[in-house]
Design a protein around this ligand. Structure first.
Ligand code: AMP
Ligand code: ZN
Length: 485
């Protein structure tokens, strides 16, 4: 069986994706900040993580997937206050919207979806451990900071040198100015209560306040996946400082190796710039639906590029996705017909087979599956898939496809569709199944006769008449067919 390899950010090498405990792949994904609708750039990251999980599970390895909700930070507090809502009501609303979009995009639900506000106690306990071990200190205003100089390997993920650390690379001017700290690269573990926090503070042994952003992922990762787990993922922007800080806090507290592998997804761009709220160039799923697209097309388009490269978004990609999904739906239907089967097996059925050790059959799509296992190479997998489809479509059209071949191809195609998590539209009827109204059939026949007598103007006129009525004539070598436009 193929083993998936991924480009690991820590070692900058492809690494096999395996479960250290021999049972389940334990992985953590930094989840959304629920202070507004997630944009399709955020969803690129969540979709690739979902695709990753599907490939792992179809390969026969169980997973434990944790993805958090960031429901407290400066922006979230500020926005909830601006809306005159409690933090809880505000984040609840955006969490529901996130779940609805995620469902429409066919994202598998994580096994655990913990929230930062639900884990204040765990975060306080982690700070206590860091204080005890000499990695954290308190500033004059009562906040706590992680002392970066106390953790020698700091910077190992992003490979920053000391010079960059001293100038506080990645910190915003705000972060650097707002709090008093000994060194510019030290980061907040606990922020003492300030008047502008309103009602949003929690008790701790050091008085009221709230945890810093980086801490939540460490506390929840350690709680649900253990001191040392298999893989941690997020968009590339999280590599520094967020993931670097997560490693420092977690390993300094436990002495373990927080995550063995690091999986970062490149950004979705618009006109060469990162899609982000601050640049005002973002789309949400609802924006695209208003333009006549849908979640299935977005899913296809966002997974078609390799995760390790930037992907430039355009509406053309959605149109292309629509055509490809239709093509897949049509051939899946044709294969099922020939094989005498009801249709494609579902992801759940295939996953069950795979996890029982029965293996999933890829048949003529083995090349596409192999490409997916080489660093989730989706462009290569799509290329392989379409070159497998072409002769199948041809054999179906000329009637030379056997029942046995169709059945094997149907199983393989189901597995590829399940790995990408595509949602297919209804198939278009095959040409032979199209019912052509008599008036249309007559016009088409008259046009064919005009063509036989080389009366080109008349043939063109009749073609236009058919177009006007919503039909298209397709000429072949020895005849013609009519299909709806
Ligand atoms: P946030 O809700 O801002 O915490 O981000 C959620 C996830 O989306 C994180 O893993 C980010 O790294 C990722 N992300 C943010 N912007 C983009 C983008 N333009 N393309 C891909 N991923 C992104
Ligand atoms: Zn995180």
């Amino acid at each position: 069986m193929a083993t998936l390899t991924l480009q690991d950010t820590m070692t900058r090498q492809p690494q096999p994706v395996t479960a250290a405990d021999g049972k389940a792949l334990r992985f953590y994904c930094c989840g959304p900040t629920v202070y507004g609708p997630a944009h399709i750039g955020n969803f690129r990251t969540f979709l690739v993580q979902d695709f990753f999980r599907r490939v792992v599970e179809l390969g026969g390895l169980k997973t434990k997937h944790v993805r958090n909700l960031t429901d407290v930070d400066d922006k979230t507090i500020r926005e909830s206050q601006a809306q005159g809502q409690s933090l809880n009501d505000f984040t609840q609303h955006w969490t529901e919207r996130f779940h609805a979009d995620a469902k429409a995009l066919n994202l598998l639900e994580p096994h655990v979806e913990p929230s930062a506000v639900g884990h204040i106690g765990e975060q306080v306990a982690l700070i206590e451990t860091l204080v005890e071990k000499g990695h954290a200190y308190q500033s004059d205003d009562g906040s706590f900071y992680f002392r970066v100089a106390s953790y020698e390997p700091y910077g190992k993920l992003s490979r920053l040198d000391q010079r960059e650390l001293k100038t506080g690379a990645g910190e915003t001017a705000n972060d650097a100015d707002e709090y008093e700290k000994d060194n510019i690269s030290d980061f907040a573990l606990w922020k003492a209560r300030k008047p502008e926090d309103g009602d949003n503070f929690w008790p701790s042994p050091w008085g009221e306040g709230r945890p810093g952003w980086h801490l939540e992922c460490s506390a929840m990762g350690l709680k649900y996946l253990g001191d040392s787990f298999d893989l941690h993922s997020g968009g590339v922007d999280l590599c520094f400082p967020h993931h670097e800080n997560e490693i420092a806090q977690s390993d300094a507290a436990t002495g373990g190796n927080f995550s063995r592998l690091w999986f970062h997804i490149e950004h979705l761009m618009v006109d060469g710039a990162k899609m982000s709220k601050s640049l005002g160039n973002l789309y949400t799923l609802a924006d695209l639906e208003a333009k006549g697209s849908n979640a299935a097309e977005l899913r296809y388009a966002l997974l078609a590029g390799h995760y390790n490269s930037k992907l430039n978004f355009s509406l053309d990609r959605l149109a292309e996705a629509r055509g490809n999904l239709q093509r897949l739906a049509n051939i899946a239907d044709a294969l099922a017909d020939r094989a005498g089967k009801p249709g494609l097996a579902s992801y759940d059925e295939l996953k069950k087979r795979a996890l029982k050790g029965k293996g999933v059959e890829f048949g003529p799509f083995a090349g596409a599956w192999a490409a997916l296992n080489e660093d989730l190479n989706s462009p290569k997998a799509l290329g392989e898939m379409f070159s497998t489809l072409k002769p199948l479509e041809k054999a179906d059209a000329d009637g030379s496809l056997s029942k046995e071949d169709a059945a094997v191809a149907l199983d393989g195609l189901a597995a590829i569709v399940a790995a990408f998590g595509w949602l297919l539209p209804d198939p278009e009827p095959a040409e032979s199944e199209i019912e052509v109204p008599t008036d249309i059939a007559e016009l088409a026949e008259q046009r064919w006769q005009a063509k036989q007598t080389k009366d080109w103007p008349e043939a063109d006129r009749l073609r236009d008449a058919l177009t006007e009525k919503g039909w298209q004539v397709k000429d072949g070598k020895d005849g013609y067919s009519v299909v709806p436009l």
